[in-house]
Ligand binder design. Sequence first.
Ligand code: 2NL
Length: 344
Amino acid sequence: MLDRLQELHDEAMVRVAEASTLQELNDVRVAYLGKKGAITEVMKGMGKLTPEERPIVGEKANVVRQSVGRLIEEKEQTLQEAAIREQLNKESIDVTLPGRDVQAGGRHPLTSVVETIEDVFIGMGFQVAEGPEVETDYYNFESLNLPKHHPARDMQDTFFITPELLLRTQTSPVQTRTMEKHEGKGPVKIICPGKVYRRDEDDATHSHQFMQIEGLVVGEGIRMSDLKGIFEKFVANYFGPERKIRLRPSFFPFTEPSAELDISCAICHGEGCRTCKQTGWIEVLGSGMVHPNVLRMGGFDPEKYSGFAFGMGVERFAMLKYGIDDIRHFYTNDTRFLSQFTQE
Ligand code: 2NL
């Protein structure tokens, strides 16, 4: 039995040395030290020994068990370390490699123009109001002095969803909604930026979706001179103090009287050029004194209150500012166009 134990010990030593994976090593452990392992089996046979033999064989068996156990433990550690080393090698990062370029986005040019215009008006005490793009016929037309069948209410130009629901054609519905909230008490001093929709054929100067900013001031004793004063400040701030302004008579169903605002052309300084179509002036917005019907429908008494309003197309402002010749550039999202504005 002593020889058998020694034999098993030497055999196990070889197999431990040969094991190259943790799985193989575990197989060796089971084969020799497991419940049915070879060494365990020998020890089970010790009952048949004489009382003199038993302690000698017992001691040898323990020595062999411990020795094999230690060998397996040592090998296990070696294999584990090797496994970790291999994993580390596989996952190693070359910190000297150049990094991948991250393409950072930027503000859309229309967004920066809207924000700049907002800032100018906020500086004059205006608040910014927003509202839904899907509107009712009432807010988009009726409340703005455009009753059904009014000639200025060209059905051809509106995207209808149902006979009563439509995509707003201007941001004025936000203004009438705001007037309603004030419940007939002034002052109201807001600008309303947002997307609007018209059934236009898209070309260099028309887009079926565009950005508008409208403004509304309602209070006691608001006059046309207040409108002109606000425009003087706005133009000086946005386009520069050297620009001249002029008001030109116009017509809108929701304002009376109505006026168009022109600024002097910065390219030819009034001499006449392509940008100003040889007039020396560039049209920037439409405006007027709020029609009494519109005040009334917004819940204000036109005998007590008056107001002015204006509306401008943001794309036009951006095109003038950056010298862009086609409105479609704002909506085709060509990064060669957009990336020119990422610093804005
Ligand atoms: C333009 C002209 C304009 C208004 C918009 C307005 C709104 C209310 C009452 C009265 Cl609630 N008027 N808005 C007034 C005049 C002109 O827009 O050419 N827009 C691109």
